[in-house]
Design a protein around this ligand. Structure first.
Ligand code: 6R9
Length: 659
C-alpha cells in the first residue's frame, strides 16, 4: 500500500488496483523538493530536543526582551511559553518589515466584492495601524481592555485587530454573519468597551445593514462605551450621538506615528468564541509569544512560504480562527504578500476566485473542503477557463476532505502537480497541528497524515491505551504546544473539564475528534465525537440550535442532529415537539422556526429540515437518542431501539419525517 505517483509525471503513476483505481499517495515533484522550506531533518531536530526546537522557532520573532525559559508547565493545564520574554505582536507583523526594508512590499491585495480594490504595503499598514492605535488610546482604552470587532472582510478589520495587539487590548472578533443576540452575548461575556463595525456589508451585489445589528446588540450593554463605524456601503445608518464615532473622523484624523510597547509573552492577545457541547459558546483565550511563534512557524513550513515571492490567499473569514492565524498573524509575521477578498465566491459569478487568482498571480491557495465541493458542483469548465498555472500549493482546513474532492482540487486547481496540505487543527490549538509537509510527505487524499515537528499526538481508546497502525479511537495531544489555548474566558473550571478531564491521569488534551491510523501509520481525522456539528467547516453545537428553537413560543422541545450532506459536510436537521394548544401551520411554522434560528444564532445555523413530531426518542435515563434521529434524517433503517422508553415513538417520527 505504498504506491506513489510523482507530481506532474503521469508515467510514474502507480495504480493500486486492488483498493481503488487511484494512486494511494502522491510524491512531490523533484522540482518542489529542491526548493522546499522543509526537509526530513526538521522532524529529527524536533525529536532530539523538542523545547530547543521551539526556542529556535520563537527566534523567528523579534523579542524586546529575550525569554529565559521555553516552557513552564508547572501549573498544568495552563501553560506558560517563552517565560520572561517580552514582545509586541503588531510590531512583529508590521513595523519589523518596514524597518528591514520591506516597507514598499504589498502586504494586502484587497479585493472588494463590488469590484473595487486596494493595495496596502507594509508602510501603509504601519501608518493605518498606528492611527488606529492612537485613536483607540484617545478613547481611553488601556492594555487588558476588550474590544469587539464585528466587520466584513475589509482592511480596517485587520487594522483593528493589529491596533489592539499593538496596545495590548484583547480583541474578540465576532463573525459578521452572526446575529445581534450572538454579538450581545459575546460583548457581555468579555465585557467589551468598544465595538468596531461597518455601516453595512456587501453581499452578492447588495448592501446589507450591519450597524443596525450592533445597535440592537449594545442596547443596554453596560460595558460598551463607544461604537466605531467604518463607512463601507454608504447606506443610511442610525446614529447615537456621543457613543457612535465614524472611523474616518477619528482614526482618519489621528497621527500616523506610534511607538509599540512590549508586552509579556503570556499577555492575552484575543478571545475567540467557539461552539461547545452546551448552548453557551466558549471564549477561547490565546496569548502572544507562543501563539505568534507557532502561527509563523507553520505558515512558513506548511505553506512553503517564500517571503517576497509568493502571493498567498487564505479564503477564510477573520471571524474564524483560520482568519486569525492564517490571514492576520502567521502570514503578516512572515512578511507575506496576500490576497484578502471581501465577498462570496459567486459574486458576480462563479469565476470570481479564478479571476482573482489570475489577477494577482496567486501561488498558495488555502480553502475549505465545502468550497471545493461547491466548485465541483459548478463544474470544472469554470476553473478550466482560467490560467491557474501560478498556483503551486493548495491547502485544506475545517473538516475531513473526501478523496474525490482532494483529487479534483489537485487536478483541476493544482494543475495535477500542486501538493495539498490537509491541515488539522482547532480554534483551541491556535495553529496547525497535523499536516503533511510539502516537499517531504507523500500526500494521501483524505488523510491529515502526520503531527508536525514539535507536535505530539496520539490516538487512544477509552482506557487511554495508545493505538498503532489500524487503530481507531480518540485524538489526543499528549504534550503542550506553544499556540495552545490558555483557558476559557471567565470559566477555568469549564476549561479543565472540557479538555483535560477525559484523560486526567495521563494529562492529555482531548480534542473531541475521532481518528484512526492506517496501515502506513498515517492519521485520518474522522470528525467530532461530541454533539458538535460541522456545517461548511463551521462548528455549531446541537444544543445551541435546540435552545434557539425552544425560545420560539410554540416549541416545547427540540432535538437537533447533523446529517451528512454532499456539499456542506453536515446539514442541520431538527425535530420539534409543539406546546399543547399550538396549531401546526405547516410551512408557515417551519419558516418561522428557521427564521428564529437565524435571528438567535446566524443564518449558517438554520436547519436544512425541521420536522414536527409528537414525541422524541429518549433513553431510560432521559437522554435524547440522537443516533437514532440521525438514522431517520439520513434515511437509514433504525438500529437497536431497545434502550428506548417507547420504541413506538419511532413510527410516528418516521411518518412525520416522510411527509
Ligand atoms: C481550524 C478549524 C475544529 C474542528 C476539528 C475537526 C474539524 C478541522 C480538519 C478537521 C478533519 C481537517 N477539522 N480541520 N477535520 N481534517 N483538516 O477548523 O477550527 O473551527 O475550531 O474547528 O474542525 O473536527 O475539531 P475550528
Amino acid at each position: 500500500m505504498t504506491e506513489t505517483v510523482t507530481g506532474g509525471d503521469a508515467a510514474a503513476a502507480t495504480t493500486d488496483t486492488t483498493e481503488s483505481e487511484h494512486p494511494v499517495s502522491y510524491a512531490p515533484s523533484e522540482e518542489f523538493v529542491r526548493q522546499a522550506n522543509a526537509g526530513k531533518e526538521l522532524y529529527r531536530a524536533a525529536e532530539q530536543d523538542r523545547l530547543a526546537f521551539w526556542a529556535e522557532q520563537a527566534n523567528r520573532l523579534h523579542w524586546h526582551t529575550p525569554f529565559e525559559k521555553v516552557l513552564d508547565w508547572s501549573d498544568a493545564p495552563v501553560a506558560k511559553w517563552f517565560v520572561g520574554g517580552e514582545l509586541n505582536v503588531a510590531y512583529n507583523c508590521v513595523d519589523r518589515h518596514v524597518h528591514e526594508g520591506r516597507g514598499d512590499q504589498v502586504a494586502i491585495h484587497w479585493e472588494g466584492e463590488p469590484g473595487d480594490s486596494r493595495d496596502l504595503t507594509y508602510s501603509d499598514l504601519l501608518a493605518e495601524v498606528s492611527r488606529a492605535a492612537n485613536a483607540f488610546t484617545d478613547l481611553g482604552l488601556v492594555a487588558g481592555d476588550r474590544v469587539a470587532i464585528y466587520m466584513p472582510m475589509v482592511p480596517e478589520a485587520i487594522v483593528s485587530m493589529l491596533a489592539c495587539a499593538r496596545l495590548g487590548l484583547t480583541h474578540s472578533v465576532v463573525f459578521a454573519g452572526f446575529s445581534s443576540s450572538a454579538l450581545r452575548s459575546r460583548i457581555d461575556d468579555a465585557q467589551a468597551k468598544l465595538v468596531v463595525t461597518t455601516d453595512g456589508q456587501w453581499r452578492r451585489g447588495k448592501a446589507a445593514p450591519l450597524k443596525e445589528s450592533v445597535d440592537e446588540a449594545v442596547d443596554g450593554a453596560e460595558s460598551i462605551e463607544h461604537v466605531l463605524v467604518v463607512r463601507r456601503t454608504e447606506i443610511d445608518t442610525p446614529w447615537t450621538e456621543g457613543r457612535d464615532l465614524w472611523w474616518h473622523e477619528t482614526v482618519g484624523q489621528a497621527s500616523a506615528e506610534h511607538e509599540a510597547q512590549p508586552f509579556d509573552s503570556e499577555h492575552p492577545l484575543f478571545i475567540l468564541y467557539t461552539s461547545g457541547t452546551t448552548g453557551k459558546p466558549k471564549g477561547i483565550i490565546h496569548t502572544s509569544g507562543g501563539y505568534l511563534t507557532q502561527t509563523a512557524y507553520t505558515h512558513h513550513y506548511v505553506f512553503d512560504h517564500k517571503q517576497g515571492q509568493d502571493v498567498y490567499w487564505c479564503t477564510a473569514d477573520i471571524g474564524w480562527v483560520t482568519g486569525h492565524s492564517y490571514i492576520v498573524y502567521g502570514p503578516l509575521a512572515n512578511g507575506a504578500t496576500q490576497v484578502v477578498y471581501e465577498g462570496t465566491p459567486n459574486s458576480p459569478d462563479e469565476h470570481r476566485h479564478w479571476n482573482i487568482v489570475e489577477k494577482y498571480g496567486v501561488t498558495i491557495y488555502y480553502t475549505a473542503p465545502t468550497l471545493v465541493r461547491t466548485f465541483m458542483k459548478w463544474g470544472r469548465e469554470i476553473p478550466d477557463a482560467h490560467d491557474l498555472s501560478s498556483i503551486r500549493l493548495l491547502g485544506s482546513v475545517g473538516e475531513p476532505i473526501n478523496p474525490e474532492a482532494w483529487r479534483w482540487f489537485r487536478d483541476v486547481v493544482g494543475g495535477g502537480t500542486a501538493p495539498i496540505v490537509d491541515t488539522w487543527w482547532q480554534t483551541e490549538t491556535g495553529a496547525i497541528m497535523v499536516s503533511p509537509l510539502p516537499g517531504v510527505t507523500h500526500t494521501k487524499p483524505g488523510s491529515a497524515q502526520t503531527p508536525l515537528p514539535g507536535i505530539s499526538a496520539k490516538i487512544v481508546d477509552d482506557d487511554a491505551k495508545p493505538l498503532g497502525p489500524g487503530g481507531n479511537g480518540y485524538l489526543v495531544l499528549d504534550e503542550p504546544w506553544p499556540s495552545m489555548l490558555r483557558g476559557i474566558w471567565g470559566d477555568m473550571e469549564r476549561y479543565k473539564d472540557t479538555y483535560w478531564s477525559r484523560y486526567a491521569t495521563e494529562g492529555w488534551y482531548f480534542a473531541g475528534d475521532g481518528a484512526r491510523f492506517d496501515d502506513d501509520g498515517d492519521l485520518w481525522v474522522l470528525g467530532r465525537v461530541d454533539d458538535v456539528m460541522n456545517v461548511s467547516g463551521h462548528r455549531i453545537s446541537t444544543s445551541e440550535v435546540e435552545s434557539a428553537l425552544v425560545s420560539h413560543h410554540g416549541v416545547a422541545e427540540a432535538a437537533v442532529v447533523g446529517a451528512s450532506d454532499e456539499t456542506t459536510g453536515q446539514g442541520i436537521v431538527a425535530f420539534v415537539i409543539l406546546r399543547g394548544g399550538v396549531e401546526n401551520t405547516g410551512d408557515e411554522l417551519i419558516a418561522e422556526l428557521k427564521a428564529q434560528v437565524s435571528k438567535e444564532i446566524s443564518p449558517i445555523a438554520k436547519p436544512r429540515q425541521i420536522t414536527v413530531v409528537p414525541e422524541l426518542p429518549k433513553t431510560r435515563s432521559g437522554k435524547i437518542m440522537r443516533r437514532l434521529l440521525r438514522d431517520v434524517a439520513e434515511g437509514r433503517d433504525l438500529g437497536d431501539t431497545s434502550t428506548l422508553v417507547d420504541p413506538a415513538v419511532f413510527d410516528a417520527i418516521s411518518q412525520a419525517n416522510a411527509k
